[in-house]
Structures are given as structure tokens and as C-alpha cells.
Design a protein around this ligand. Structure first.
Ligand code: SF4
Length: 266
């Protein structure tokens, strides 16, 4: 499918939960978050129906996001259901890897191709500070488990303040080189202010060739991360919600005053 600006839309990012087992300072506010009510969260069957409809319309790349997708109960079953849809050429997940050592083998077995893992520093204390309490050792174990399971290529999402020459980013880059991982630099974004830039080492943030739409955990199809536009699959029906999202996809991102990274999935 193509949008009004002749961009080919073949990528669906699916947020399967707004919950997370970390509290990263650039994602979750200190005062905590208002989580979606369980009734609002799409069931596995609803998520799979959206994925099937999107694939019928031309999507061949699907990414599972959150919050943290591995905290969603039964996540391996959901990955298996989506992995079974014919026509998906690239099936990935973005995870903080805290639970990855537990699930990597099963995820690979049921059809997940690869993972992106968040890691902004190699310093355990800084990591604990950035994530408000996370244990970096679990991330290292998750990376090793993903490698053993064959969830390759493993990409590392490294959030930077300003540039990739920052000390922590340089250390993470060296670590990636040593471990055969691929680093992507994501400059810290601000939804409300509409501050974002192209992901260095990736394609996110490049509006001119943007190929993606998003599904939130509560069933909204979002044509753009930096926009308040969304279409409910429960209210409009899946096909119509996707068609309206692609049909009304903005040329470029602006500001988002209604969503948060943890409930849209970045
Ligand atoms: S801001 Fe919107 S249009 Fe631009 S790259 Fe992101 S999702 Fe695509």
C-alpha cells in the first residue's frame, strides 16, 4: 500500500503492552504512569487479525514492541501466532532484554527472526540510574541468549543526548564491535515538543521515506509517531482503520500530545 506521498507502507510496529519492568528516565515519568485497563488491551486474536489484514494490504515487516513486550503474559504464543502469518519477510522484536535469557530459545523456535536490544551504557551504576533500578548483567545474559538462539542480526539501540562521540556511546559501540552486534544511535526524542531526528544506523525518523504505521496496545492505528492522529480498530473495524491511517498519514511528524513512548512503542 502507498500513502498520498507515494511512500510504500510495508512496516507495522505492534505494541503488545504499555507495561514495562524498567522505568527509563527518558521514557517513563518519575511520578509513575497511568496504565491501560486490561479491557482496553487487545486480545491475541485481535492483534493477529490486525497483522493479517496489514499483511494482506502489503505489510511484510512486523516488529513487536511495548512497553516491554516480554512482560506480556503468553508472549511466546502470540509471537507464534503472528509468525505463522504468510508473507512476513522480516519479523523482529524490540526488548530491554531483562527477560530475554528466559525466552530467546522459544521465541526463535516459534518464528521470531531477530531482536533489537536497548543499551545506553556499559556502566552498571549508570544503567541502574537510567533505568531506575535495572540490572545490566541481565541484559548481557539476554544478548548471549539471543546469539545462541540465532536471533540475528542483533541490533543495539543506544540512546544518546547529542552525538555518538559521547563516552557511553563510544563504549557501547566498542562492545558491539567486539560482540558482532550492530549499534544504532537514537537521539533522545520529545513527543510533546516534536523533537526527533533520523536514527543513525537505522531508518526511523526519516519522514521522506517513512514506511511505517503503528498499532498501540489498546487498538489504535497510528500513521505517525509524532502526530495525534489515530484510528481505533475496535470502533472502525480493522481494514477501515488501517486504510484511514495510511490515507491520512502526515508528510512529516510534528508533535504528539496524546501518546507516550511506553504506550506507542517508539
Ligand atoms: S515522524 Fe512520522 S512520518 Fe516521520 S519518520 Fe516518524 S513516523 Fe514517519
Amino acid at each position: 500500500m502507498f500513502d498520498r506521498f507515494d511512500r510504500k507502507i510495508n512496516y507495522l510496529r505492534i505494541s503488545v503492552t504499555d507495561r514495562c519492568n524498567l522505568r527509563c528516565v527518558y521514557c517513563m515519568p518519575e511520578e509513575g504512569v497511568t496504565l491501560l485497563d486490561h479491557k482496553e488491551i487487545l486480545t491475541f486474536d485481535e492483534i493477529v487479525d490486525v497483522a493479517k489484514s496489514a499483511v494482506r494490504k502489503g505489510v511484510d515487516k512486523i516488529r513487536i514492541t511495548g512497553g516491554e513486550p516480554l512482560v506480556r503474559k503468553g508472549i511466546v504464543d502470540l509471537v507464534k501466532m503472528i509468525g505463522g502469518i504468510e508473507g512476513i519477510k522480516d519479523f523482529s522484536m524490540t526488548t530491554n532484554a531483562i527477560l530475554l535469557s528466559k525466552y530467546a530459545d522459544d521465541l526463535a523456535k516459534v518464528g521470531l527472526h531477530r531482536v533489537n536490544i536497548s543499551l545506553d551504557t556499559l556502566d552498571p551504576e549508570k544503567f541502574k540510574q537510567i533505568t531506575r533500578g535495572g540490572d545490566i548483567q541481565k541484559v548481557f545474559e539476554g544478548i548471549e541468549a539471543a546469539k545462541r538462539a540465532g536471533l540475528n542480526p542483533i541490533k543495539i539501540n543506544c540512546v544518546i543526548q547529542d552525538n555518538k562521540h559521547e563516552p557511553d556511546a563510544k563504549e557501547v559501540a566498542k562492545f558491539c564491535e567486539e560482540k558482532g552486534l550492530f549499534i544504532r544511535y537514537i537521539t533522545e526524542m520529545d513527543l510533546e515538543k516534536g523533537e526527533f531526528s533520523v536514527v543513525d544506523g537505522g531508518s526511523g525518523g526519516d519522514c521522506g521515506s517513512c514506511n511505517r504505521i503503528r498499532l498501540t496496545a489498546n487498538g489504535l492505528i497510528k500513521p505517525c509517531l509524532f502526530s495525534d492522529i489515530s484510528y481505533s480498530v475496535r470502533e472502525l473495524g480493522i481494514d477501515r482503520a488501517i486504510d484511514m491511517a495510511v490515507g491520512n498519514k502526515p508528510q512529516t511528524g510534528h508533535e504528539n500530545h496524546t501518546g507516550k513512548f511506553y504506550n506507542i512503542g517508539g
